[in-house]
Design a protein. Structure first.
Length: 125
């Protein structure tokens, strides 16, 4: 088994409107950016949903497929899980580190839906 569903990423155009909706209308608590920072101007906003996180990612342009939501699975070892997926014939990208303490690799299911595996170093939080 890969691991728990850790995160769902939604690509958005208007961060202020989306933050207002998820925070003020749905009542989700903002995890990132830290308290005191205006999340409406952020490029990445993370909400606590209980079971997993909801991430709003700026830069969406309503491109069908390209800006589709992406789900993220937590793993203990991104490199090992990447090799395991490759050996199973899954299309897998390179491991990258978009932020300190974060390793991510994207993969594609048989219908072309992109999902990610990630490992967060929680000691950096």
């Amino acid at each position: 088994m890969i691991g728990q569903l850790a995160e769902v990423i939604v690509y958005v155009e208007d961060m202020a409107a989306q933050v207002a909706f998820y925070r003020d209308v749905l009542g989700l608590a903002v995890i990132e950016p830290p308290s005191g920072t205006d999340p409406a101007g952020a490029y990445w906003v993370l909400f606590d949903t209980g079971a997993c996180r909801l991430a709003l990612h700026g830069g969406g342009q309503r491109r069908f497929g390209a800006d589709a939501p992406k789900f993220v699975f937590a793993v203990d070892d991104v490199v090992a899980r990447r090799e395991w997926l490759l050996s199973a014939g899954v299309q897998v990208g390179d491991v990258r580190s978009p932020a300190p303490g974060l390793q991510v690799v994207d993969a594609t299911d048989p219908e072309g839906n992109v999902f990610s595996l990630e490992r967060r170093d929680t000691t950096l939080a």
